[in-house]
Write a protein that binds this ligand. Structure first.
Ligand SMILES: Cc1cc2nc3c(=O)[nH]c(=O)nc-3n(C[C@H](O)[C@H](O)[C@H](O)COP(=O)(O)OP(=O)(O)OC[C@H]3O[C@@H](n4cnc5c(N)ncnc54)[C@H](O)[C@@H]3O)c2cc1C
Length: 516
């Protein structure tokens, strides 16, 4: 509260913005900055916003369609969101949170499309069934229990479960074709899953923002330094990477939406809330199918179970994608060791991020995650033949000549201080904000783009708490996101209402079809 009064004081000190003194600076033109920019501009059209992006286009890092898996993470198929407890029960609380978050994203996207705010190809989001597939008694037992637990929540109604190989053949022909059934197999099938082209979505939002009065986008501009002044405003030093010219910008609110580049900037900001954080980058690779006949035979996102000891982002999946109007098929991800925080980053990113303040948590997290290190070393040493062996576990008839290796984006996993273990490695996302609400940064990458809207709503609540409580902002938030402030997990009628509305606007599989 006090923080917000302070912020307001700075607001009034600056009065209306002048050149290079915008109300808001967004660092990076990925999905997170784009989403926050859209929300802020809708909530307060008078805001002046400057966006600085080091590359020459928007969404060219993790948010680009080829750099992520495009799964609309709604917790329908990702087995790592529903861990098995020591007593054998299945904990679905994380799945509920993620599913609700995805429904929030759908509402905001439907608002933008329905109101013609963004010039988007409608196929930025497509209905693609989400399936989970396992084999072996233990895994089948887990999947059955998971299905039963999820049926307790209306968020997951419509999901089907089967252990019948003939049914599985209909759901996932490429996966069952040529499979020798020596063990039990099982799958779940959720028809209302989606594939999302987050790159197209981001560029659509950025285009809208560029056309708004008071918004300026600067490509090829890299934010190098940021320092808080005594009046609590922020002074940013930014380099034009083409001309090498340096500019200075002063603002009263900064969002570090720099993806993998967020950690070094957070450290430079010097806010106490950012102390002790470190990052561990993991690179991703896919096998991309080049045979149109094979691509056409598969329709779904089929997620398996991560091997014991391997990290959650290693869950193998065979994925139908829709990219630029074309159907595609990916398998992966294969992980790799890297020291870069961004695909177009520097080999020095990781070593340069190690400072006195995060050395202990980083070493402790490293020592506690030896299986991850072993897994990454194994992945790096894989030959093309080894990759085909992994693919054939899911697609027994796969032919090497139909697949090429592609490089995905980088994930920088968060390392943070821990009271008992000195340092821990986290696989989620985390918003870190200064106590005065003048700066926020997003670290981590999972479940990522799918939950961008909820993440940015929580950022607004942290950094603009009093504004969010005003009738103007509350009403606008409810107009954009009809379920805002209510729990979809607790209100079945509301869930059906918002799913029906978003399905219609975004032309997705109708929820009514699967309610019976
Ligand atoms: C392999 C992989 C698979 C994934 N699969 C999925 C999935 O299936 N579903 C899902 O929802 N999410 C997925 N994700 C996560 C998702 O891609 C990310 O959460 C999301 O794209 C992050 O968006 P962002 O805006 O934070 O970062 P980015 O999209 O990386 O954008 C950050 C931008 O900041 C710019 N930048 C960096 N430093 C600076 C600086 N100093 N100055 C100016 N600009 C700077 C960068 O150039 C970049 O354009 C996946 C990620 C990976 C890597």
């Amino acid at each position: 509260m006090a923080a917000f009064h302070y912020l307001n004081k700075v607001y009034s000190m600056f009065g209306k913005s002048k050149d290079k003194e915008p109300d808001v600076v967004l660092i990076g033109a990925g999905i997170m900055s784009a989403t926050l920019g859209m929300l802020l501009k809708q909530l307060d059209p008078t805001l002046t916003i400057e966006i600085y992006e080091r590359l020459d286009e928007a969404a060219a890092e993790s948010s680009d369609a080829w750099n992520n898996a495009g799964t609309g993470h709604a917790a329908f198929c990702e087995l790592n969101y529903t861990p098995e407890q020591a007593d054998g029960s299945i904990d679905i609380s994380k799945a509920i949170r993620i599913s609700e978050s995805f429904d929030i994203s759908r509402q905001f996207w439907a608002h933008m499309v329905g109101n013609h705010l963004i010039n988007l190809p409608l196929d930025f989001i497509n209905s693609v069934p989400h399936m989970s597939f396992v084999w072996g008694d233990k895994n089948v037992d887990f999947l059955r229990k998971r299905y039963e637990a999820m049926q307790q929540s209306h968020l997951f109604r419509g999901m089907q479960y089967s252990e019948d190989p003939q049914q599985l053949l209909r759901w996932m022909p490429l996966i069952m074709d040529g499979r020798t059934i020596t063990e039990k197999v099982a799958a779940t099938y959720m028809p209302i899953g989606t594939d999302v082209n987050f790159g197209a979505l981001t560029r659509g939002m950025i285009r809208y923002l560029q056309q708004q009065p008071g918004v300026t986008l600067h490509f090829c501009h890299e934010v190098r330094k940021l320092r808080q002044k005594s009046d609590s405003s922020w002074r940013l030093k930014i380099r034009n990477v083409n001309t090498d010219e340096s500019i200075k910008v002063r603002t009263r609110f900064v969002f570090i939406g720099a993806g993998g580049g967020a950690l070094p900037l957070l450290m430079k900001s010097g806010i106490p809330e950012g102390e002790g954080y470190g990052g561990f980058p993991v690179s991703g690779q896919w096998l991309k199918c080049t045979n149109p006949e094979v691509i056409e035979k598969h329709y779904g996102k089929v997620y398996g179970k991560a091997a014991v000891g391997s990290p959650p982002m290693s869950v193998p999946h065979l994925d139908s994608r829709f990219i630029n109007g074309k159907r595609e098929l990916l398998f992966g991800p294969y992980a790799g060791f890297t020291t870069r925080f961004l695909k177009q980053g520097s080999f020095l990113d990781l070593p340069m991020s190690v400072k006195l303040g995060n050395l202990r948590p980083m070493v402790a997290a490293g020592l506690r995650n030896i299986p991850l290190t072993k897994y990454l070393v194994n992945q790096v040493l894989q030959t093309p033949e080894d990759r085909m062996v992994s693919l054939r576990e899911y697609m027994p008839q796969a032919k090497q000549e139909d697949w090429v290796l592609e490089h995905a984006g980088k994930r920088v996993q968060v390392i943070k201080k821990h009271p008992d273990h000195v340092g821990v490695l986290e696989f989620g996302t985390e918003v870190i904000s200064s106590a005065d609400g003048t700066l926020a940064a997003l670290l981590g990458a999972s479940p990522g783009a799918s939950t961008a809207v909820s993440i940015m709503l929580s950022l607004l609540e942290k950094c603009f708490p009093e504004k969010v409580r005003t009738p103007e902002w509350t009403n606008k938030l409810r107009e954009m996101i009809p379920s805002y402030g209510q729990s979809l997990a607790e209100n079945e009628a509301l869930l059906h209402e918002v799913r029906a509305y978003t399905s219609e606007v975004l032309e997705l599989e109708s929820v009514q079809q699967i309610r019976k």
